[in-house]
Design a protein around this ligand. Structure first.
Ligand code: GTP
Ligand code: MG
Length: 438
């Protein structure tokens, strides 16, 4: 089954906990804090892989978790990092996070770091100071949240056959390639796209047979928006028109069909509207009058200024010429792509979003604080602070004191006051609740 949409739940590994441990010197009662740091949690990485054809696997498996970092060890040894979770998706998968495109994995091996593992908590050895020689606390590893992301597959075909249902798109692809989609005399026979490889001399190119689209497709009528998505990456669009419409409803109906298809492309994406195309008039075996066909070709050529080819998928007439004309256009488009490849690569690098964090340095200078007021209670949202707090065991008094000291060092109280929080107000940051003192 061809599945082109999926939603998955991902969770990177939590950081491993730091540990509390002491080392006793041989022959003496002297002890030294020696609890090591926890390992980093594994990342969730999505990777494009040509051996995966569809998103079908994600109908069965939805949850993906990377491994938690291992706890720290005695003798000040850091715990092992958790293993990454690598999710393989078809080449051509677009990843959406909260509705926005986060990555476009359109080449083999391309990777997207979807979630970063939590950092390991410090062991008690890290908290030794002149005043605190035997720290009885350690940090917990950073906890990371799960989230849902969407995957959508956009076919990578050189050309896409686009037309009303029943125009003969599947018949055409089965004639020009080894693809064998279902063909039947009723609309919406094809429900998912089919890909075919077309031989053209020493070269070859790929064509996608897209399910039929109807008026309103751009906004989802008949699942049209989902089908149009697969046309997005094709270099050339082949607009397939059914000449039998000519017999039943006259020449105007044929032109109307063409106008509707162009309009749907325009409404769906201006990029698609501008994409180069060929018009294919199919089922020519059903029309007896050569003059009528010539007339239709003339009108459409003048209107579109694009090549108009007359074919019959039933008899095979005209298909060779169509393949040659399409091949020419594809070759030109490939050349153009090569020329602009350098610029494109740069764009892509900037487009990739990596969510890996900086390792938790407490530089809050450029950070944004979101403050939500509820009566005399203020909830402060700041990722770094929340993380710092979440990594401490607030039930351990020593850890709590240490945390208070760190917050003081960062002059959090002063900052909050500057931001307009009154003294005496209750402040909530993550799990920590305190009263802002004078
Ligand atoms: N006479 C004649 N019939 C054709 C020709 N091409 C296709 N047909 C018929 O038209 C009907 C529809 O053909 P399909 O290839 O399934 O059409 P489609 O465009 O893929 O249709 P959807 O999948 O519904 O979008 C079938 O009964 C075909 O046999 C042709 O060149 N001549
Ligand atoms: Mg079909």
């Amino acid at each position: 089954m061809f599945i082109d949409e999926a939603k998955i739940n991902i969770k990177a590994g939590d950081g491993g906990n730091g540990i509390i441990s002491f080392f006793f010197l041989k022959g003496s009662h002297k002890k030294i804090a020696s609890g090591g740091k926890g390992g980093k949690g594994g990342d969730v990485i999505i990777q494009a892989c040509s051996s995966v054809a569809t998103l079908l696997a994600f109908k069965k498996k939805v949850h993906f978790k990377a491994q938690k970092g291992y706890p720290g060890m005695p003798n000040n040894k850091t715990g092992k990092n958790g293993q990454d979770c690598i999710i393989k998706v078809p080449v051509g998968t677009v990843i959406r996070d909260k509705g926005l495109i986060a990555a476009d994995l359109d080449s083999e091996g391309m990777r997207y770091h979807a979630a970063a593992g939590g950092i390991g908590g410090k062991g008690n050895a890290a908290f030794v100071s002149q005043q605190r020689r035997f720290p009885g606390f350690a940090e917990n590893g950073e906890k990371v949240e799960e989230r849902w992301i969407s995957l959508e597959l956009r076919l990578l075909a050189d050309a896409a056959l686009l037309g009303f249902p029943n125009a003969g798109k599947s018949s055409i692809i089965s004639r020009i390639s080894a693809a064998r989609p279902k063909i039947a005399d009723y609309p919406f026979t094809t429900l998912t796209p089919n890909l075919g490889v077309v031989e053209a001399g020493d070269d070859s190119f790929t064509v996608a047979d897209i399910p039929g689209i109807i008026e309103g497709a751009h906004s989802g009528t008949g699942l049209g928006d989902r089908f149009l998505r697969h046309v997005l990456r094709s270099k050339i669009i082949v607009i397939v028109l059914d000449l039998s419409v000519f017999i039943s409803h006259g020449q105007d109906a044929l032109i109307d069909t063409f106008d509707t298809l162009r309009k749907e492309l325009k409404l769906y994406s201006s990029l698609l509207f501008k994409r180069d195309y060929i018009i294919l008039l199919n089922k020519s075996d059903l029309l007896y009058s050569e003059d009528e066909i010539k007339n239709a070709v003339k009108i459409l050529s003048v209107k579109s200024r694009k090549p108009v080819r007359v074919v019959s998928a039933a008899t095979g007439k005209g298909l060779e010429g169509f393949i040659a004309a399409l091949h020419e256009k594809i070759k030109k488009a490939r050349e153009k792509e090569k020329i602009s490849l350098n610029g494109k690569m740069e764009q892509k690098a900037a487009f990739r979003i990596y969510t890996l964090k900086d390792g938790g340095k407490n530089g809050l200078e450029n950070d944004s604080f979101e403050i939500i007021k509820d009566g005399q209670e203020y909830t402060v949202k700041n990722k770094k602070l929340e993380r710092m707090i979440s990594m401490h065991d607030l039930g351990n008094e020593e850890a709590l004191n240490y945390l208070k000291y760190q917050l003081k060092k960062l002059r959090i109280g002063d900052r909050l006051k500057k931001m307009g929080i009154d003294e005496g107000s209750t402040v909530i940051i993550g799990d920590l609740v305190f009263v802002l003192e004078e």
